[in-house]
Design a protein around this ligand. Structure first.
Ligand code: FES
Ligand SMILES: [Fe+2]
Length: 449
């Protein structure tokens, strides 16, 4: 439970708000590189931390993220013509480059130097991992580029997608770091039916509906583990939360997945989903399955939600409608009560859709003065505390955690450990990317530890 004031501090992200100021100290995922595929391709609209922006790729290949409205009389630059290293407003032809300078003003007399005095807001960008990142904070505080391991593997070994979520960013983050809901919300089996007992992970899930959540604070956020016991061994999923909105989660054999929950404004969030294989291992099994299922471009693969298992996938994200989910609150996420009675816990198809359904149902900004937290909410409580502390640190002139690039080598890993091995001791070399991790299968078949 939080006070109203704490909840407001955590959830309001616009310019000049305490959280908005803290978040502006990070590189912010602004869009996917393929959205502005080539020089002079059409601009796109984006919204970050309450600011309306457009992104465009200049003739020289650089990506600009600039204020959405023309400095002249505020026409939207989305209508603009992207030509010769600048975006030209279609109302009276003023043209702006990716640094926000007005470089042409054909509607004023030729001898006028008015254009030299006119600018629109513009933010520095970098591209890494198929993502355009913008920096919206004080120029002298710009951090090292956000080179997570997934940004550094070949594009063929990575999948990334995004989808618009209609809720405040914090309930999306909190849903992601809440390991205990998976048994319920994402239960793909008839309610009451057990997971596969011949599989050590399934056995641990059957025996332990309430995983023990442990948190180890780090200089970038924390590592947390969801621990499920089979009696003789522990099935441990090790995650990272990197300030303020990044999560790395175990992603099957020799890979990691992750999310970035980026506030568009106080009531909307762009959720990025990534997965990749460590180093140069083969492409993730899931991607390969999806590839077999249909000839889908790599950048669309993550947007496919499995339908009823097997190799059947159905696209859920509407690219033409600013990445809105086709299953959404207006159509009740196409909930199927028959499916819910007989096959799945929710009757809603798609893991990410299930997450959105419950997170959006909490209201645009959840009222945390009314909640009742339990022991499995430990990671959530810790994240809120860390975020509030980071806000204070920035207000006092300091650097928030997660700005320094200590997160570059992190990996998320799941494994099975003998009961007497403390999970952090057993896994820290893998989690920090210092040793090659063993997969659950290798450990379970005697090849581990
Ligand atoms: S409003 Fe853009 S040039 Fe006039
Ligand atoms: Fe979930």
């Amino acid at each position: 439970m939080l006070t109203q004031e704490q909840n407001e501090t955590l959830c309001r992200v616009g310019p000049g708000t305490p959280m908005g100021d803290m978040m502006r100290r990070f590189w912010i995922p602004a869009g996917l590189s393929w959205e502005v595929p080539e020089p002079d391709s059409p601009p796109i609209t984006i919204k970050l931390l309450g600011e309306e922006l457009v992104a465009f790729r200049q003739t020289d290949g650089r990506v600009g993220v600039v204020g959405a409205r023309c400095a002249h009389r505020r026409a939207h630059l989305f209508w603009g013509r992207n030509e010769e290293n600048g975006l030209r407003c279609v109302y009276h032809g003023w043209k702006f480059d990716c640094e926000g300078a007005c470089v042409d003003m054909p509607s004023e007399p030729e001898e006028s130097n008015f254009k030299d005095k006119v600018r629109i807001p513009a933010y520095p960008t970098v591209e890494a991992g198929g993502v355009i990142w913008a920096y919206m904070g004080p120029p002298e505080k710009k951090p090292a580029p956000p080179l997570f391991e997934w940004t550094q593997v070949p594009a063929t070994h990575r999948g990334i997608s995004k989808v618009w979520q209609q809720s405040n960013w914090l309930q999306a983050l909190e849903g992601g770091i809440d390991s205990s809901h998976t048994n319920f919300l994402h239960g793909g089996l008839p309610p009451g039916q057990k997971h596969d007992d011949s599989d050590v992970m399934g056995r641990a899930r059957n025996l332990s509906l309430a995983p023990v959540i442990e948190v180890v604070p780090t200089d970038y956020g924390y590592i947390y583990a969801g621990i499920r016991s089979t009696g003789e061994a522990n099935y441990v999923r090790g995650y990272h939360w990197v300030m303020p909105w990044y999560q790395l989660r175990p992603g099957g054999r020799a890979g990691s997945s992750g999310h970035m929950w980026v506030p568009m404004d106080d009531e909307n969030t762009m959720v990025y989903n990534m997965h990749y294989t460590f180093g140069y291992a083969p492409a993730p099994e899931r991607s390969l399955k999806m590839q077999e299922a249909g000839n889908v471009p790599i950048w669309k693969r993550d947007a496919l939600e499995p339908v009823g298992g097997g190799n059947e996938f159905k696209e859920d994200v509407d690219y033409e409608n600013n990445f809105r989910s086709k299953r959404n609150m207006d159509n009740k996420y196409l909930i199927d009560r028959e499916l819910q009675r007989n096959e799945t816990f929710t009757g809603i198809t798609g893991i990410n859709v299930q997450d959105r359904a419950v997170q959006e149902s909490m209201g645009a900004v959840a009222d945390r003065t009314l909640e009742r937290l339990g022991t499995t909410d430990r990671a959530i409580i810790n994240a809120r505390r860390t975020l509030l502390k980071a806000v204070k640190t920035v207000q006092d002139g300091g650097e928030p955690p997660g700005v320094a690039p200590t997160y570059y080598t992190l990996r998320s890993v799941e494994t099975v450990l003998p009961q007497d091995v403390p999970w952090f001791e057993g896994m820290k070399g893998w989690l920090f990317g210092l040793e090659e991790p063993k997969t659950v299968m290798e450990v379970a078949s005697g090849g581990g530890m």
